[in-house]
Write a protein that binds this ligand. Sequence first.
Ligand SMILES: NC(=O)C1=CN([C@@H]2O[C@H](COP(=O)(O)OP(=O)(O)OC[C@H]3O[C@@H](n4cnc5c(N)ncnc54)[C@H](O)[C@@H]3O)[C@@H](O)[C@H]2O)C=CC1
Ligand SMILES: O=C(O)C1=N[C@H](C(=O)O)C[C@H](O)C1
Length: 269
Amino acid sequence: MAQTPAITITGASGRMGQMLLQTVLNSDKARLVGAVERKGHPWVGRDVGEAMGGQAVGVVVTDEPLEAFALSQAVIDFTAPAATLEFAALAAQARAVHVIGTTGMSEDDLEKLEPASRHAVIVRAGNMSLGVNLLTKLTEKVAAALDEDFDIEIIEAHHHHKVDAPSGTALMLGEAAAAGRGVSLSDMRDSGRDGITGARKRGDIGFAAIRGGDIVGEHDVLFASAGERIILRHVATDRAIFARGALKAALWGQGKKPGHYDMMDVLGL
Ligand SMILES: NC(=O)C1=CN([C@@H]2O[C@H](COP(=O)(O)OP(=O)(O)OC[C@H]3O[C@@H](n4cnc5c(N)ncnc54)[C@H](O)[C@@H]3O)[C@@H](O)[C@H]2O)C=CC1
Ligand SMILES: O=C(O)C1=N[C@H](C(=O)O)C[C@H](O)C1
């Protein structure tokens, strides 16, 4: 019988790294072959199961990504932009599917992913959950149905460790709202209001970010006009939804042509 795809998880000790490790270890559709952390991290050299406080699983955490990637059919990567750019080149070299959950990547960073996507499959999304990807579709439809009498605001809330804003999800939702309206988000984006900002400009797409405690991730898309408001909302209560989506993407990517895909492709939305 054919073996299940071999997976490496980068950022193994992180909030998402540990969730991804548990998800792959508990799956009968994939097997864990690698766990990567940054140089100098105390987990490097330890069995990743023991490092997480459980039984040994026979995978030692490494700070040499290419060694792990060479054994893998997929790399699942929720780390930081600079690390993700390095991993994209190495995953392409190993011809492994690179599933990227990392957010906070600039336009320049995204361009730097393109050479890797000519040689291997990249699946990247600011949110890997089914619910948010469905919400993204709904946002585009509602924005297309309403005119600029409805102000669009995207409000997101996350835990106090989060380093980037607006969240990757908020930007996905903003792109969808802009697409529905037939405009470019970069022309309409209004984030980080502070001080005497002047009145809201008609047609702008606004962003607001809340950071506090252990909030996993909450997103509202508000359509506000004179006399009525529509609010589309997604609330994540468990990071497992992101990890399940990422594993689905890693399996979906097997045998696909090289290219840069997203979760809409994976979910067929
Ligand atoms: N697309 C999605 O569905 C989701 C995306 N995210 C994103 O995933 C990223 C990680 O989030 P968290 O797990 O909460 O962060 P975290 O800070 O808990 O984990 C990041 C991990 O990456 C490791 N890391 C950083 N540089 C590295 C390198 N060069 N080599 C190896 N490991 C390296 C860190 O040591 C850390 O363990 C963020 O960008 C976040 O926004 C988070 C949840 C869902
Ligand atoms: O950093 C997080 O935690 C999350 N990041 C993603 C984002 O930036 O939207 C997805 C999710 O909301 C959790």
